[in-house]
Design a binder for this molecule. Structure first.
Ligand SMILES: [Fe+2]
Length: 240
């Protein structure tokens, strides 16, 4: 089995969003990720107003605490802090630049999500604001957005603005007729994705996400999926 995969999207930190609920669940998920070939995982909790404790200062402390638990349990998964910013209209005006949660908290790459039927007006200026801070902007799971499902060509809108796309593994193991799966397969075929992540939320829902990894390999081959789960995610790692 191949190893060295880096998960770029996970809600592994316990009890701070709608992800893992307990340390035990986090450990069980981490163990399953290691068994699937992962050696690193970014912890990307939701950055929402309702989760006010998930800050650029607090997340690394929580990652250190969970890393201690993993180390004690002998689970060889290296955790790195991050976050998934919900791109609300007020985000860019309500957030100080130093409070923007980025991958590895090193102000190079930033992950955001949004849910919409049509692209709202604040999207372009919000992306431009993040880019003005010197950040490379990554959109989480475009295939799960209704606006993109209705108009897959919206991928061009983001890519023309320099936004990278992160696909969710689970979408590739959804029902064969599900729009999430059809779009994910299309984007994979069209080389739209910069990287693929699990977006793990719980122990119960982790197996279909990992089934999506196997399906991705079937569809695109080892070399391409290694690029999307190892090489490109490696660019997000802390610079030594
Ligand atoms: Fe997520």
């Amino acid at each position: 089995m191949t190893t060295g995969r880096i998960d770029v999207h996970s809600h592994l930190l316990p009890g701070i969003d709608d992800g893992c609920k307990t340390i035990e669940e986090s450990l069980a998920c981490a163990r399953m990720m290691v068994e699937a070939g992962y050696t690193h995982s970014f912890c990307t909790p939701h950055i929402w107003p309702s989760y006010a404790g998930n800050t650029a200062k607090a997340i690394p402390q929580m990652v250190t605490a969970l890393q201690g638990e993993l180390d004690s349990a002998g689970i060889a998964l290296k955790l790195i802090p991050g976050g998934e910013i919900n791109l609300r209209p007020e985000y860019m005006t309500a957030t100080a630049p130093e409070e923007v949660v980025t991958y590895a908290m090193n102000r190079r790459y930033v992950l955001f999500d949004m849910w919409c039927d049509k692209l709202p007006e604040h999207v372009a200026p919000s992306i431009e604001w993040l880019q003005s801070l010197g950040l490379t902007v990554i959109l989480a799971h475009p295939e799960r957005m209704r606006a993109v499902q209705d108009e897959p060509g919206l991928a061009d809108y983001f890519q023309e603005r320099g936004v990278l796309l992160q696909g969710n593994l689970q979408c590739l193991s959804d029902a064969t007729t599900a729009r999430t799966r059809l779009i994910a397969e299309r984007f994979l075929r069209e080389d739209r994705y910069f990287m693929l992540g699990s977006d793990l939320h719980s122990f119960e829902t982790l197996p279909p996400r990992l089934a999506g990894l196997r399906r991705a390999i079937e569809l695109a081959g080892d070399e391409k999926i290694d690029a999307l789960t190892k090489t490109n995610p490696g660019k997000l790692l802390p610079v030594l």
